[in-house]
Design a protein around this ligand. Sequence first.
Ligand code: NAP
Length: 252
Amino acid sequence: MVQKKIAVVTGASSGIGAATARRLAAEGFHVVAAARRDDRLKELVGALAPGCATAVTCDVTSDESVADLAAAVGRLDGDLTLLVNNAGGARGVDPVAEGSVADWQWMYDVNVLGTLRVTKALLPALEASGAGTVVTVGSTAAFVVYEGGGGYTAAKHAQTALVGTLRLELAGKPVRVVEIDPGMVRTEEFSLNRLGDRAKADAVYAGVREPLVADDIADCIAWAATRPQHVNVDRLVVRPIAQAAQHKVVRE
Ligand SMILES: NC(=O)c1ccc[n+]([C@@H]2O[C@H](COP(=O)([O-])OP(=O)(O)OC[C@H]3O[C@@H](n4cnc5c(N)ncnc54)[C@H](OP(=O)(O)O)[C@@H]3O)[C@@H](O)[C@H]2O)c1
């Protein structure tokens, strides 16, 4: 019997993660959809063909919860060949002078330490598959800074440092390390979580013709993950055509 390939997607309960889970299921992976909101994961999995996906409740800021995720993956039939570290987000737009330590801690924990915890827990299985891939969803905030973005850009810079280090450390082993860095993506919750207000969240995208959508990033992830195994897409930076740079957004 041919063993099915397993893909774990963190932050699969909304936005980019949910789109990626759907896309990878369509590509033939058995998808483990992980996030904290179990009801949303069940809805996602229920809408896919039977047997295509498994919902696992997981908080990437908890060592215990991530250990449970690894155990759940280990109980499935098939080889874990793909991990998508997508869980993350931003909180607040305070200037550094008024930065909320709690918000900065949250951003570091979920984006950076979450990536560390899940990667550590699943690397042995990815390596044992003989053809593993770790895709991490970073951001253009991983390599530029902007006013009011200190906490988020610091976390995303740290996350890209983790990814680059991991690639060096895994050289010679059968695990690729890929980073996808999106610019402006209009997802249901990202800006709402950051700004705490629907009107402010909508203003982020006001007048921007065709911001990226979650499916655009899912497409990039699926593309990178389905190249021949000797091809490592180190970093893919993707923005909407209306955004030439972080500070250069055309609004109509
Ligand atoms: N939207 C953009 O413009 C944009 C641009 C560049 C990069 N990104 C990055 O892309 C990724 C996804 O963003 P998105 O736009 O899809 O945001 P989103 O819609 O807010 O989704 C974030 C996901 O992360 C999960 N999550 C948050 N905290 C978690 C935790 N402690 N444990 C497990 N899962 C957790 C959430 O699920 P639960 O709440 O159910 O746990 C949710 O599924 C993030 O890393 C973000 O930084 C987004």
